[in-house]
Write a protein that binds this ligand. Sequence first.
Ligand SMILES: C[S@@+](CC[C@H](N)C(=O)[O-])C[C@H]1O[C@@H](n2cnc3c(N)ncnc32)[C@H](O)[C@@H]1O
Length: 292
Amino acid sequence: MHEPVMVTEALEWLDPGRGGLFVDCTVGLGGHSQALLRGGATRLIGLDRDSSALERAKESVALWSDRVELVHSDYRHLDNVLLTRGVTKVDGLLMDMGLSSMQLETPGRGFSFQRDEALDMRMDQTNGNTAAEILREADTLTLANVIHEFGEERYARRIARGIVRARANDSIETTGQLAAIVRRAIPYRGHTRIDPATRTFQAIRIWVNSELEELDNFLEMAVKKLSVGARFVAITFHSLEDRIVKHKFRALQEGSKVRLRVLTKRPLVPGEEESRRNPRSRSAKFRVIERI
Ligand SMILES: C[S@@+](CC[C@H](N)C(=O)[O-])C[C@H]1O[C@@H](n2cnc3c(N)ncnc32)[C@H](O)[C@@H]1O
């Protein structure tokens, strides 16, 4: 069962009980959207670049279907989504980044190495190259940089060389093949808590989906859509994402056409109870900015 991360905090900071239009930029399985609607949001627009997520979200918000619109879109096109609906201001924005449990667990998506399956990894399966296609072309230096930067992997160069060597013999088409290449490239250091392939899978996923590209421009565009007193909640799961949100929020507070105030000096993190109940929540960082 999917459980939205830091949902109590999201409701507390977004205060949907005031009513108004809320935008969930990453609707996923609809957990946060459902909570916002239940909490009193008068209207909700939910975006996701993954159309199968929208199918699931539709069920989660079915009770409020007359107040909800789910849109298949990258949140980086939020301005367009709002423009085409004649919306100029919103009363709250939420983004909850990363992968949903559905994406990770549905066989055939290629995000997980727990099963051997086609190496796809696209959140939007209607668009762009799969991980297998990208791995076919990329040179060693690019691979090493991606794995180092997005995976914060110290053995990135070895892994990159391992990928290039392996694909000379046989194309890399499955998660199992990639995981085996990574494990072979990393020196054995006894039993580790996380699988050595985890960081490389994360890096390649971020790359395939261009997850960090234009993120700061998106944040700048999104805060301009807030009405006075409205807030933007950003939940991240990766230190690189959190760094971008932190710096951008600060920069926006210091100099932006609209007046903004960062309400979370330090990011909020899940409480002990939530971390215990929902291990996925453990790396969450929650930041809020308000239009004043
Ligand atoms: C962690 S899940 C969201 C879970 C959701 N808050 C819930 O309660 O069910 C993240 C979602 O964001 C979507 N996503 C990631 N990047 C996106 C982007 N650039 N534009 C739109 N959706 C995106 C993913 O497809 C995924 O469904």
